[in-house]
Write a new protein. Structure first.
Lengths: 268, 490
């Protein structure tokens, strides 16, 4: 007889039930926790708490942890293929997700060399620009390519040193909720990634309006959702990231980052 | 110590005599009224509404400009859209040549531009002459060189222009902000509709003349004057594909809201409440000059102004004593005088805002210091002001004043300095003064601000990216990063 799994939210490094106690059924068989506004708030505050520590990690250390995530994901390949419905399409999907973790793992300690500069100002000053994480990032997971599509957003956000709150796809939540199990065993400090499942209409507007979220990635949103998020995002001048789903590039890492420029006089 | 104290007192009481040294204005030609710059020509506007632009130092009317309406904005966007077809396909090295030309003409006409800038905006001539105009020319020169090198700026990508850029700029650095907006847009192959601020349209009108002088193809740059309503028409026009705004956080937020769902690209450079942090080991005289430059430069009409001084408790007393003496030596008056340090407040509205916040500071319990300072009878003036005994919760410590008003707070440890510095929704700039290199870098890592000046303040350069964290906006202007908002990458 099977031991069946209860899917849970992943907040602050712990697998928890929704404080609302509610759940919904996607395909009639599995109960998916229906995260509430309070769960979202808890996830955001866990991400905020984890942010300084994660941002302060060395680039190499972040790279090793992202690579560890690739290892853990690859090790659970069979499980993910099953969650994704099986077959070659599902297998390719897992391949791409693993590849995304590996690719961005290799970027952590190179990004500043590509996206940063020294600037030859006209005067006796040393001037340089470095990328820094923007802070707490909300990622609205896409329903298409529910695993690789999500990893292709989470990995670049983590690569730059941000902490993340994922809103799992409403119709395809299991890949995101299962990915949490991979992240929980990948040496990511608690709260660096948090995963919430539930109804979009109950969560999206709160994510867009929350004053302690610095950026929202809307790759998984409908055009109507994007407009609503952009409107509420203005409240604290959130960055709304609209880069096309599926893309992998250093520009996607810097989309989650701020450029800091530093001046110092040169003299004796 | 006693001797040093006596010397300071002597310095304070000794008044240097300055003969008046006003810059002449007779070579500057300001038209009594201006039209709009659309399709390469100054044209009559559809709108019949006009308003005066005045000299804030004398309250005298300088000229009249149009308050452009929807028809005018539509004409300008259509002209830009038509010009985009050929400008975006022009050999990039030719695009570069035009932008180089503009830069050279700005240099040639620097004196004229400086005088107009000072007359229209109230800033001291030594600032418009030595900072605004040279930096504007340098900005065009820098981005001219990028026009035919974009593929090297974005390796493995194919940068393409976006289309018509709608740009709205503030009144504190009128020509310089125009340069920050137009130069990268043109270099990347976009065309522009720009709206200068309502109180400072004249240097933009001169710039229209410069575009003609450079034989820039018609419609590549279009300039429409007006107030907030005209700005809203520019950013909301469906033909505008990219919006760039510099101004207050309040207006920035309303633009972000209004563009929701439009698919337009947006960059915002908004307000600030920068901390200027002085440690006990900092060279004090240099720090004092930095503090003064940080907040009294351009009457404090600077989004990145060091408006919150955080001084380490152990040196607060001697530093403030010296700073107050230094404030007494600042010369306030005729902006056209070459010896003037503090010019006129840009407008009556801004003066009222500053006065209101200063009043709030006094009411909330802060201690006000203003040096003896005779204000001219006409025009808009505010003396250099310093508040001590300021709590972080006071409005003068939280809100952007955009005037010559410094709020002083103290700290004991570096960690406390960081916490106080970051305790604001803004994140545009910060300053740190210390002799210890490792501490500078430690502070730099922790301060959530887009520009950090270490042992200096308020330095700008076309190669140096500028822009904010948090509610100070997003996107960068200047440097390689300043190209990013004006290209599509794929």
């Amino acid at each position: 007889m099977d031991v069946r799994k209860t899917y849970k939210l992943y907040i602050g490094g712990e697998f928890v039930r929704s404080e609302s106690g509610r759940a919904y059924r996607v395909d009639g068989s599995v109960n998916v926790p229906r995260g509430s506004r309070k769960d979202l708030r808890d996830a955001i505050s866990a991400a905020r708490k984890a942010f300084p520590g994660w941002a302060e990690r060395t680039a190499m250390n972040r790279g090793q942890i992202l690579y560890r995530a690739a290892e853990m994901l690859d090790g659970r390949r069979a499980q993910f293929v099953e969650v994704l419905g099986g077959g070659r399409v599902a297998a390719r999907e897992v391949d791409q997700a693993v590849e995304a973790f590996v690719w961005y793992a290799g970027w952590t300690d190179k990004l500043a060399q590509v996206a940063g500069n020294t600037n030859p100002v006209a005067g006796p000053y040393f001037n340089f620009t470095i990328p820094e994480p923007t802070g707490v990032v909300g990622i609205v997971a896409p329903s298409e390519s529910a695993l690789s599509g999500l990893v292709k957003r989470v990995a670049p956000a983590l690569c730059g040193g941000n902490t993340v709150v994922v809103l799992a796809s409403e119709s395809e939540p299991l890949p995101a909720l299962t990915l949490a199990e991979v992240l929980a065993t990948s040496d990511l400090p608690a709260g660096v990634v948090n995963v919430i499942g539930g109804y979009r209409r109950e969560l999206l507007s709160w994510l867009g309006a929350h004053m302690d979220v610095n950026a929202v990635d809307v790759a998984g949103c409908t055009p109507g959702d994007v407009a609503a998020i952009e409107k509420s995002a203005a409240e604290n001048v959130k960055r709304v990231i609209k880069i096309t789903a599926g893309e992998m590039s250093p520009q996607l890492i810097t989309a989650f980052m701020e450029m800091k420029t530093v001046w110092h006089p040169i003299g004796v | 110590m006693a001797i040093a104290k006596r010397q300071r007192t002597e310095l304070a009481t000794h008044k240097f005599e300055y003969a008046p040294a006003p810059e002449s204005t007779d070579f500057v030609k300001i038209e009594p009224r201006y039209g709009l710059f659309i399709g390469g020509k100054m044209v009559a506007a559809h709108s019949k509404k006009r308003f005066a632009t005045i000299n804030p130092a004398t309250e005298q009317k300088l000229s009249e400009v149009v308050e452009a309406d929807a028809t005018d904005v539509d004409r300008a966007v259509k002209a830009a859209d038509r010009a985009f077809v050929s400008w975006s396909r022009l050999d990039p090295s030719r695009r570069a040549r035009y932008i180089f030309r503009i830069s050279r003409i700005l240099q040639e006409r620097a004196r004229e531009l400086a005088v107009v800038e000072t007359m229209d905006g109230g800033k001291p001539i030594k600032e418009s002459r030595d900072v605004d105009i040279p930096l504007a020319a340098a900005h065009f020169f820098y981005y001219a060189g990028w026009a035919d090198k974009l593929e090297w700026a974005f390796p493995n990508r194919k940068p393409r222009p976006i289309g018509v850029a709608g740009q709205v700029i503030p009144w504190n650095f009128p020509l310089l902000m125009l340069a920050w907006k137009i130069a990268p847009a043109l270099a990347a192959g976009n065309t522009v509709v720009l709206k200068p601020a309502e109180t400072t349209p004249l240097s933009a009108m001169l710039f229209a003349d410069i575009c003609q002088q450079a034989e820039l193809p018609p419609g590549v740059v279009n300039i429409v004057t007006g107030a907030g309503q005209t700005g809203a028409l520019v950013v909301s026009h469906p033909g505008v594909k990219k919006v760039a705004f510099t101004g207050s956080t309040e207006v920035g937020k309303s633009i972000q809201r209004s563009l929701a769902g439009s698919g337009k690209r947006l960059t915002l450079e908004l307000g600030g409440k920068a901390a200027n942090i002085v440690f006990e080991d900092a060279p004090m005289d240099a720090a004092i000059e930095g503090i003064v430059n940080g907040i009294y430069f351009n009457q404090g009409h600077v989004c990145c102004a060091g408006s919150r001084l955080l001084v380490q408790e152990s040196i607060a007393e001697p530093l403030l004593e010296k700073l107050k003496v230094r404030l007494g030596t600042l010369r306030l008056g005729d902006p056209l005088d070459k010896n003037t340090d503090i010019g006129a407040i840009n407008s009556k509205a801004q003066l009222d805002k500053i006065a209101g916040l200063v009043e709030a500071g006094v009411e909330e319990g802060a201690e006000l210091f203003q040096p003896e300072c005779k204000l001219p009878e006409r025009g808009f003036w505010f003396p250099p002001t310093l508040f001590t005994n300021v709590s972080q919760s006071y409005r003068i410590a939280r809100e952007e004043i955009f005037g010559p008003v410094l709020s002083v707070l103290t700290f004991r440890t570096p960690a406390e300095a960081v916490e106080k510095a970051n305790n604001t929704p803004y994140g545009l700039s910060a300053g740190v003064w210390t002799d210890k290199g490792s501490r500078i870098l430690w502070m730099v890592e922790r301060m959530r601000a887009g520009v950090v000046w270490a042992n200096t303040f308020n330095r700008f350069d076309p190669t140096s990216p500028f822009g904010g964290y948090k509610e100070s906006g997003y996107g960068r202007e200047g440097g390689l990063h300043g190209l990013m908002p004006y290209v599509e990458l794929n």
